[in-house]
Ligand binder design. Structure first.
Ligand code: DHB
Ligand code: MG
Length: 232
């Protein structure tokens, strides 16, 4: 690989990807279950927008730090992040993940089954806003951890609902907050960026949470995630 650096003025995507590959090979053991899940998702034509292996490990570690017994995920895709988080749960734990696309949910169901997590993971095939409204009405939860990674313009609403399904001490992680800097650069008509701005305004006004946003680079480009602790 030719030398790349931020100073060179080149977009260092190649470097970010190479470093991520290095880190993945050094600190993550080979994971046939996740590898097979990715292959199945790819074969089924799902978009390759799942969290990276190092991000998946991060979600797994957060769930373990929290001694989580219940996890809510909004946006299943092929079930990659669900598997990462569900592995942190005890056998009687529960991860509920919401997916609007029946085809994605079917791929995820098979991936979860192959991972041996079919009794822990429940995939609900529904529009997230409807599923969440039902969960609130049914007094489901509280969830120890929520991961929001679905349609970006709905993030403020998903955050509100995740907060209603949380308790003091719960953590809410929100993916794709920064999106190549579109968070501050995109025009008013960019609904996704607008969604993330509204979400952060909502967080800033919300006295029941403390939050940070960490910027990230890697195989998926330049992005960032919000980490929200529910305090009261
Ligand atoms: C997209 C969605 C994601 O959740 C992500 O992590 C990256 C990209 C997308 O819709 O393009
Ligand atoms: Mg994402």
């Amino acid at each position: 690989m030719t030398a790349l650096s931020a100073e060179s003025g080149q977009v260092p995507q190649e470097l970010w990807s190479a470093v991520e590959q290095y880190l993945t090979s050094r600190i993550l053991e080979d994971d046939p279950v996740l590898r097979t899940a990715l292959e199945a998702s790819d074969e089924a034509g799902l978009p390759a927008i799942q969290v990276s292996p190092v991000e998946g490990r991060f979600l797994n570690l957060v769930a373990r730090l929290l001694h989580a017994r219940s996890v809510l995920e909004i946006g299943t895709l092929g079930g990659y992040s669900a598997i990462c988080m569900a592995r942190a749960l005890p056998p009687d734990g529960k991860l509920i993940t919401l997916e609007k696309e029946p085809g994605y949910a079917e791929v995820a169901r098979r991936n979860v089954e192959r991972a041996g997590l079919a009794t822990v993971v429940e995939i609900r095939v529904a529009a997230a806003s409807e599923a969440l409204a039902r969960m609130v009405a049914d007094s489901e939860g509280p969830f120890d951890l929520a991961f929001i990674d679905a349609d970006k313009h709905s993030t403020p609403h998903y955050f509100d609902m995740a907060l209603r399904l949380a308790r003091p001490g719960s953590v809410i992680v929100v993916d794709n907050v920064v999106r190549e800097g579109s968070l501050i650069q995109a025009e008013e008509d960019d609904a996704d960026a607008q969604g993330m701005r509204s979400f952060l305004e909502r967080v800033a006004r919300e006295p029941r949470v403390d939050a940070t946003v960490l910027q990230t680079v890697g195989s998926k480009g330049y992005d960032g995630f919000a980490f929200v602790l529910v305090t009261s």
